[in-house]
Design a protein around this ligand. Structure first.
Ligand SMILES: [Ca+2]
Length: 454
């Protein structure tokens, strides 16, 4: 028996990639669907006030809804950097969309969740917006563990939903426009179709599908808007609401595809959004769910995110979890799902025990965030305590999220011991970056981040 096992191991070691893939076939598929700039208040599973997102609701009734989940950051590129690398924003390369030395690209040997899964025999595909390295750099998706990436590499390019080209593995794919702004012309149509095609093509082997779709990020345009077209809102608000609906519709298409192929039972599907909503959608839509702040701010409205996981037979249907988690936990969780130890140097912790309904013995003592856009901010959550600081010189603001989820009452003066603990966390978790200058600012709060975005 032992000898047979040894023979098998030797055979596998020498085997072709196909044989290794066959051995890995018990591994579940992983689909991560990432909306862009959608707030927690845009989804009916989290109390949306203006519409419903039934397909995403169904993920929650079939699976687990996280009630205290955070994205990686309050803007696109750092959030995706955290998601891909399992490190928080005190450690990652991208701590803002821009830097003082231009767009930063992931380095060649960067550990990413795509690389981890690819090396374990997974087919790896990304569809939508990449943002961690433009063509010609070391950061392109196909050098970071993806077999294929289709969509936008450059974040500014991703604003153009009626573009004349998309990009596949760094090559331009021309995109003929009719000039009439039809569904055929709309880039997300093609990106969603490519997502489904990848799933279909890889149905017979484990795959990782990273659906980093661009809606509802601006430009706020959509070919048709039958549901919200007559609402007394601005054109941008009407389009944004419809774009959230589009994300929901295509979550439904992904689920249909998985079921049609008979593989939904062996697929872990996660849905989330990369950062909080823009300021302009708070008043008409309540997109930040009543939380303080919005995109670009480390108050709750900038980073609290919808996070839902579905995995039949593994995750209890209709369950919820209040475990504190951010995108940094995705990589170690993926490693855990495929039975591998997490790579070293991560900040994240696997939440697989939570998914499986087991005690989450390893938990974060605190979550840490920093951002250099438009101003340097730091935030840390320790249990129900939330510390926030604008600039490097400002006194820490302290909130008790249990009694004050909207961060209205700064109670720092009453809790100097907690302030001290959170300041120590910020000092420990922040590593200086040569790519950014942290502005020293007081906390008079006169300057507010602009909502318009890169
Ligand atoms: Ca975003």
């Amino acid at each position: 028996m032992k000898r047979n096992l040894q023979t098998l191991l030797i055979a596998l070691t020498l085997a072709s990639p196909t044989a290794i893939r066959a051995a890995a076939s018990a591994k579940p598929n992983i689909v991560f669907i990432l909306a862009d700039d959608a707030g927690i208040g845009d989804f009916s599973a989290y109390g949306c006030k203006y519409g419903s997102t039934p397909n995403i609701d169904r993920l929650a009734t079939d699976g687990m809804k996280f009630t205290r989940a955070y994205s990686g950051s309050a803007v696109c590129a750092p959030s995706r950097n955290v998601l891909m690398t399992g490190q928080h924003t005190g450690h990652v390369l991208r701590r803002a969309n821009q830097s003082k030395v231009g767009l930063l690209a992931l380095p060649p040997e960067q550990m990413t969740v795509a690389r981890l899964l690819h090396d374990a025999g997974y087919a790896t595909g990304g569809f939508g917006k990449w943002g961690l390295g433009n063509p010609g750099t070391t950061g392109v998706a196909e050098k970071q563990g993806f077999d294929v990436f289709f969509g936008y590499y450059d974040q500014k390019h991703a604003h153009d939903y009626y573009t004349d080209h998309l990009v596949r593995n760094s090559d331009d794919v021309p995109y003929q426009q009719s000039g009439k702004h039809t569904w055929e012309d709309y880039s997300h149509t093609r990106i969603a179709n490519e997502t489904l095609k990848f799933i279909e093509q890889n149905k017979g082997r484990p795959f990782f599908c990273y659906a980093a779709w661009t809606p509802p990020h601006g430009d706020y345009v959509i070919p048709e808007n039958p549901v919200f077209g007559q609402k007394p809102w601005s054109d941008e608000v009407r389009s944004y609401a419809a774009m959230v609906g589009l994300v929901d519709r295509d979550v439904g298409r992904v689920m249909h595809k998985l079921k049609d192929l008979g593989i939904d039972e062996k697929t872990l599907v996660i849905f989330s959004s990369d950062n909080g909503a823009n300021e302009q959608f708070i008043e008409p839509l309540g997109s930040t769910g009543g939380l303080r702040g919005y995109k670009r701010m480390l108050y709750e409205g900038g980073t609290r995110t919808p996070f839902i996981a579905r995995w039949p037979g593994k995750i209890k249907p209709g369950s919820t979890s209040d475990v504190l988690t951010t995108f940094m936990d995705f990589l170690p969780t993926a490693a855990d799902v495929i039975g591998q130890p997490a790579p070293s140097g991560l900040d994240g912790i696997s939440f697989l025990p939570t998914l499986l309904g087991k005690p989450q013995s390893a938990q974060h003592q605190a979550l840490y965030f920093e951002i250099y856009e438009p101003f340097f901010q730091q935030a840390a959550r320790m249990g129900d305590w939330k510390g926030y600081r604008l600039g490097t010189k400002a006194p820490l603001e302290l909130y008790d999220l249990k009694t004050d989820p909207a961060e209205k009452q700064n109670i720092a003066a009453a809790h100097p011991d907690i302030v001290q603990q959170i300041e120590a966390i910020m000092a420990k978790e922040h590593t200086p970056s040569p790519n950014y200058d942290a502005p020293e600012q007081d906390n008079k709060g006169t300057k507010r981040p602009k909502s318009e975005s890169r």
